[in-house]
Design a protein around this ligand. Sequence first.
Ligand SMILES: NC(=O)c1ccc[n+]([C@@H]2O[C@H](COP(=O)([O-])OP(=O)(O)OC[C@H]3O[C@@H](n4cnc5c(N)ncnc54)[C@H](OP(=O)(O)O)[C@@H]3O)[C@@H](O)[C@H]2O)c1
Length: 252
Amino acid sequence: MGGPDLTGRVGLVTGASRGIGAAVARGLLDAGAAGVVVTGRRPETVAAVAEELGPRAVAVSGNVRDPEHAREAVATAVATFGACDLLVNNAGTNPSAGPLMEVDLEAVDATWDVNLRAPLVWARAAWDGWMRANGGAIVAVGSVGGLTPGPALGAYNVSKAGLHHLTRQLAHELAPTVRVNAVAASVVRTRLAEALFATDPDGVAAAHPLGRLGEPDDVAAAVLFLLSDAASWITGVVLPVDGGLSGAAGPL
Ligand SMILES: NC(=O)c1ccc[n+]([C@@H]2O[C@H](COP(=O)([O-])OP(=O)(O)OC[C@H]3O[C@@H](n4cnc5c(N)ncnc54)[C@H](OP(=O)(O)O)[C@@H]3O)[C@@H](O)[C@H]2O)c1
């Protein structure tokens, strides 16, 4: 059996210039999508990604925090490919580390803006620009840090916990027209997480019951499933994609 079938659907992926977002964009096209809009801040980078993906991909650059950028990306999907069925709220950032009592508040603003407020902004743009009238599916890329508190990434973890609840709230409000789900990833080999695994990749891998770090395609596979009709009776869930970390037994 192959992967999820997304034949004819049109997708929009934020933060698709590399990492998990780029893997999701490629996966959408491999699953038969009619088109995908890829976004990121640097015009030349997203243009290069779209070029590599081929004629079913279009780039729209901007800051994910900007509602006008979100509206433009949705409008581009509709104008270019005739729809905007699938939204992947993937763009994320982590400029702050350290205890919440000490972390720089401007970094907190940036983290919560990109990781939590922007997914709402993009859901509204997709709802207004296509999904209210035509239906669709939304998936957000959350984190195991949003499931369990940890010592180092408090501002990030709180943003992801908020994103998980935003997912549940939107699922409630947009049903039955639009399904809304999230994945909660553990450490995946991308630029964002490099500091977490660079010094001791084997040790970090060993903390996961499945014994390895995640790859962007591991997360993309779960995102594509949740976007597809194979998940047509699933909404409001936060699916751990974490090598078993969140289900691992603690000390006896
Ligand atoms: N890697 C992990 O271990 C891990 C674990 C759990 C969750 N996640 C989540 O997975 C998602 C993807 O991250 P990744 O690991 O693939 O990291 P990545 O390789 O660093 O990619 C992050 C993407 O987000 C985009 N982005 C960041 N800030 C942006 C902004 N203000 N406006 C527009 N685009 C912005 C970046 O684009 P530009 O820089 O080109 O603008 C880039 O395309 C994030 O939400 C992250 O929190 C990752």
